[in-house]
Write a new protein. Structure first.
Length: 108
């Protein structure tokens, strides 16, 4: 696999992760029997982000270590490594902002 193909796969994964993160966040907030306290929101928020982070990590690991056999691509060193990290966890970044929007609107 070429480096360009790896980057394209990572961008596609990043785009898909945003949709998955949005769905998980909507489901979590719509099913939560939420009392209106800051502690309950903090709990739901942290559990939701941990779920999305775990799913992202497992999906990237399986994609590159088992399917594409490109474990050297995921070495997070330097500026390209920082960009890869941001793309791998783009769903987490999106969900962290989206969850606050759902809290303010109180509607999923």
């Amino acid at each position: 696999m070429t480096t360009l193909l790896n980057w394209l796969v990572l961008f596609a994964f990043s785009a898909a992760a945003i949709f998955v993160a949005r769905w998980i966040t909507q489901q979590a907030f719509s099913r939560w029997e939420k009392p209106k306290t800051g502690v309950s929101f903090a709990f739901l928020y942290s559990i939701t982000l941990a779920t999305i982070c775990g799913i992202s990590f497992v999906a990237v690991s399986v994609l590159y270590y088992e399917i594409l056999y490109q474990e050297t691509f995921l070495q997070l060193v330097g500026l390209p490594g920082a960009a890869k990290f941001l793309l791998m966890f783009s769903g987490v970044w999106y969900a962290s902002l989206y969850a606050f929007k759902l809290k303010d609107g109180d509607k999923a």
